[in-house]
Design a protein around this ligand. Structure first.
Ligand code: C2E
Ligand code: MG
Ligand code: MG
Length: 689
């Protein structure tokens, strides 16, 4: 073959190799110099490396790289898989194939070969490679008898033991005995002596050469050779990840995943221990049930993510407060249990949990800025004992009953369980069942309390106040069932009934001094989240035949606590209907004058708490004057609530309130009585003093 043709062929081959990402070379076996290589012009490091490895294998000196096989003394042709780093720094898997070119004396004069990219196999090989290195299984065979030792160990031994196969063959059993705890060795021996270890699986910790610990599971297969020696085949698996998961699961069961505080299971497990410790130390304990007020509102208005964030903040606040002196547990949803131990007396235990409510005086940090949260806390107080009836679930139930009592008062407070509450709680369960039927059974009634304009002295509006004519318990006031309805999702039904009835009845009222008398209905903060609210009000107006501008809806500030924007959005749509909006009980809550301007309201009702000190108490005067001043500035009507005396009426007039409502002017009246008064003496201005 002439040189020119050879060159032309190489050139053609070079093109082909370039196209498929392959390499080819010929190497002088004696000098280690590349005779030729492709692709030209540069001899890349990868070619030199792989050509050198092929030479070493073909001249019989060294085992093949990558494949882990034994020495290839007689080989004239070798092939293997290897990861090569290319000229551009990237790496990939290659099929390498090389052969020896013998010299005249039969010695290896040159070696030559090709390396072709393994292409699609690449990813698979990566995975296999990783598996083999990290999570492959180790197979080994031990033959007992004269020379106890490893007869075979698979490639994964390096990962499992830190030793190469060669080292293990040499070291005999010394490694195994050093790596495995004596307890495990004797366990394996026991199994063998006690019968057969065939098919048994044993989990045990094992140490690598560098001292690192590895949990493994060994499954044994037992047989005998013709000399009667026992042959043990073991398949050994790394169970580190599995064990870590098991431990994690065990820990998770004791931890509440959302908040990181303890779980109910942890409480149950620790309960007997805690009680025993309290008995020995003669200390009192308080088991408090803590429920976040109006949490349902946050969840429905802001979404579950924000709700979860709030729960985490609450848990953190409780944990900070309790510190090491107790245990914080999340039972589920927004229900927490706080256990305070080590109190010296009943009183100390009580004041400890009562202070817990104050832990929420400061706002809670959250992803959307800080927010105010209040909690309702009920506690069961446990004497040191000895105690026979000390079941955890009984105590939890007591704490919950006490917590419900706080909820009924409107939340934000603490209550200690007393035996009388149990009967009350039972009563509430029945009341709730009745409440579900009440609207359908037409048991609600509305009483109306007039609101009097202080300059014209005429009745300009009336507040509709719901009562429940319970068939057995008589007329129940809203405080006896509204919180219950709110808590159990019945408030929408009650609210819808109230607005519908108020519209229908007010449409039948006569005019006073040439003007219509407006009717004001209370909306619970929870109702603001009800999707059908605005449509429901529109249809109540329509059905009742009342003009929208003759309806006022009263809302309290709690409606804005959790999601200001959502509440404002709903109210805007309401005021688009033409309905008036009043902010009720102003001055009792988180009152901030600053945000009033942003609400689509046109009246503020000054709470009775501020009116009660009038006319003389300086602080009440200052507060009422401040509210009225601001209402004037914003163009809002200021209405004084709970005016009970002539003095208070004089006070609110003097301070510039526009209207007043209260027992002094009139108690809330049954519908027919109220209408009769409107038709009668209230047609004329009232004598106010
Ligand atoms: P509110 O909206 O602030 O209603 C005023 C409450 O103060 C009424 O109590 C009324 O009877 C009482 N009141 C009026 N004048 C005086 C006074 O001079 N002195 C004193 N001490 N109290 C006075 P009521 O009817 O027991 O209602 C209590 C609360 O129940 C209401 O407070 C309101 O928040 C709620 N409520 C009443 N009706 C409804 C309703 O239909 N839906 C909702 N969601 N809540 C309602
Ligand atoms: Mg009201
Ligand atoms: Mg009020």
């Amino acid at each position: 073959m002439d040189a020119e043709r050879v060159l032309a062929e190489r050139f053609a081959l070079g093109e082909v190799l370039d196209g498929i990402g392959g390499l080819a070379w010929e190497l002088d076996a004696a000098t280690g110099e590349l005779v030729w290589w492709l692709p030209e012009p540069e001899p890349p490091g990868a070619i030199l490396g792989v050509a050198e490895a092929a030479r070493a294998a073909l001249t019989g000196a060294v085992p093949l790289p990558g494949a882990g096989g034994g020495p290839q003394g007689e080989a004239r042709r070798v092939g293997w898989l290897e990861r090569l780093t290319r000229g551009d720094g990237t790496a990939g898997w290659y099929w390498v194939s090389a052969e020896a070119v013998l010299g005249p004396g039969g010695d290896v004069a040159r070696t030559r070969g090709v390396a072709l990219e393994a292409g699609d196999l690449h990813a698979e090989l990566e995975r296999l490679h990783y598996h083999n290195e990290h999570c492959g299984e180790l197979y080994l065979r031990i033959r007992t008898g004269a020379a106890l030792g490893f007869e075979f160990v698979s490639g994964a031994c390096k990962y499992f033991t830190g030793y190469s196969a060669e080292e293990l063959y040499e070291s005999g059993m010394a490694y195994a005995l050093a790596a495995v705890e004596p307890a495990t060795v004797s366990r394996i021996e026991r199994e063998i002596v006690g019968g057969s270890i065939e098919g048994r699986s044993i989990d045990f910790p094992s140490r690598r050469r560098d001292g690192s610990l590895l949990w493994v599971r060994a499954v044994f297969h037992e047989s005998y050779d013709e000399d009667g020696n026992r042959v043990l085949d073991a398949m050994i698996k790394d169970i580190g990840a599995e064990r870590a998961l098991e431990l994690e699961v065990a820990k998770l069961k004791l931890t509440d995943t959302l908040t990181g505080v303890s779980s109910r299971q942890a409480l149950e497990e620790q309960w007997p221990l805690l009680r025993e410790r309290a008995r020995q130390a003669q200390s009192w304990m308080a088991l408090a049930h803590v429920d976040v007020d109006r949490f349902g509102l946050v969840n429905s208005a802001l979404g579950i993510i924000a709700g979860d964030a709030l729960l985490r903040s609450v848990a953190r606040r409780l944990a900070e407060w309790v510190n090491d002196a107790g245990l914080v547990v999340r039972l589920g949803s927004d229900n927490f249990v706080v256990l305070v131990s080590d109190s010296a007396s009943r009183q100390a235990a009580i004041s400890a949990v009562e202070q817990l409510v104050d832990a929420f005086l400061d706002p809670l940090p959250g992803p959307q800025g800080s927010s105010f949260v209040t909690v309702s806390l009920g506690a069961s107080i446990l004497p040191p004992g000895p105690w026979t009836d000390d079941a955890l679930d009984v105590r939890l139930a007591e704490a919950e009953v006490a917590m419900r009592a706080v909820k009924r008062r409107g939340g934000n407070g603490a209550e200690i369980f007393a035996e009388a509450m149990r009967t009350e709680a039972r009563g509430n369960v029945e009341l709730l069942a009745d409440l579900r039927e009440a609207a359908a059974a037409d048991q609600f009634v509305l009483h109306y309390q007039p609101i009097v304009d202080l300059s014209s002295r005429s009745v300009v509006a009336a507040e509709a106040l719901v009562r429940w004519a319970h068939p057995e318990r008589g007329l129940l006031s809203p405080s006896q069932f509204i919180p219950l309805a709110e808590e159990h999702g019945l408030i929408d039904t009650v609210g819808r009934w109230v607005v519908a009835r108020a519209c229908a009845e007010a449409a039948q009222w006569p005019e006073v001094a040439g003007s219509r008398v407006k009717v004001a209905a209370n909306l619970s903060a929870r109702e603001l989240n009800s999707p059908g609210l605005v449509a429901g009000v529109a249809s109540a107006l329509d059905q009742g035949g009342l003009d929208a501008e003759d309806l006022v809806l009263e809302i309290t500030e709690t409606a804005f606590v959790h999601d200001f924007d959502a509440a404002v959005w709903t109210l805007r749509r309401m005021s688009d209907l033409g309905v008036h909006l009043a902010l009720d009980d102003f001055g009792t809550g988180y009152s901030s004058l600053a945000y009033l301007a942003q609400l689509p309201i046109d009246r503020v009702k000054i709470d009775r708490a501020m009116v009660i000190g009038l006319p003389s108490d300086a602080q009440s005067r200052a507060v009422v004057a401040g509210i009225v001043g601001m209402a004037d500035a914003l163009g809002l009507d200021a209405i004084a609530e709970g005016v009970e005396t002539a003095g208070q009426l004089a006070g609110v007039r003097e301070l510039g309130c526009h209207a007043a409502q209260g027992y002094y002017l009139s108690r809330p009246l049954p519908s027919d009585v109220f209408r009769a008064r409107l038709l009668g003496d209230w047609q004329r201005p009232l004598a106010l003093s």
